[in-house]
Design a binder for this molecule. Sequence first.
Ligand SMILES: Nc1ncnc2c1ncn2[C@@H]1O[C@H](COP(=O)(O)OP(=O)(O)O)[C@@H](O)[C@H]1O
Ligand SMILES: [Mg+2]
Length: 241
Amino acid sequence: MVDLLKASGLCGGYGDVQVLHDVALTVKAGEIVCLIGSNGAGKTTLLRVLSGMAKSTAGSILFADQDLRGLPAQEIVRRGIAHVPEGRRLFAGMTVRENLLMGSYLRGDGRAVINKDLDFVLATFPKLAERLHQDASTLSGGEQQMCAIGRGLMANPTLLMIDELSLGLSPKLVGELSKALTEINRAGQSILLVEQDVATALRLASTGFVLDTGRIVLSGPSNELVANPSVREAYLGMTAA
Ligand SMILES: Nc1ncnc2c1ncn2[C@@H]1O[C@H](COP(=O)(O)OP(=O)(O)O)[C@@H](O)[C@H]1O
Ligand SMILES: [Mg+2]
């Protein structure tokens, strides 16, 4: 599989505060990759640097062989990276349909193409189809996450980045969302998933990266990470046998 995203030597943060230190992370085309780590490790900051919303001070972000580092966030969306933010951030006062269509506003495609993608999103998340004309703020937490992911998909991204898929959701809903992501991935979508629930993350992803205080401390195939004693102890709440 070819590298879709290849970040190397990435440093960045907020103002004078450096959060990320020499981060390297690769997503291969067609893969689900998870980024795991404790609260405050820098996962959100890394996604924000990748999507041009936070400042990077060094390194490179190769995406389809072009360096995206330093480009404005809108240009990065145009190049094919969509970012589903932590906390979902839907537009209140707008319907579900309007929120979904907001995801497509930078595209040059005609209405027929966009409607086809909307149909795909609604087929993936039938609950949204039932609530299409409701204000997005009336959705349950799980439905809001579906709407946020749907909005990301409406950008027709090559890479979909999701920050905290399962936060605040019931196990049943996490199961539903996981199933939907697996389907989307089978249809060819590459995904970079940030997830505090490490068991869920490693189940969904084929490859994982572990971020600790702004540094990648471990990476590899998910099945190897699940079996790794330090991962089991630190993130899966299990003591070594
Ligand atoms: N807007 C901000 N300004 C300054 N520091 C921030 C900001 N957002 C996050 N941080 C700091 O950056 C570090 C990493 O945070 P974050 O990327 O949100 O971690 P995670 O997503 O892994 O929980 C934390 O120490 C946090 O306090
Ligand atoms: Mg975060």
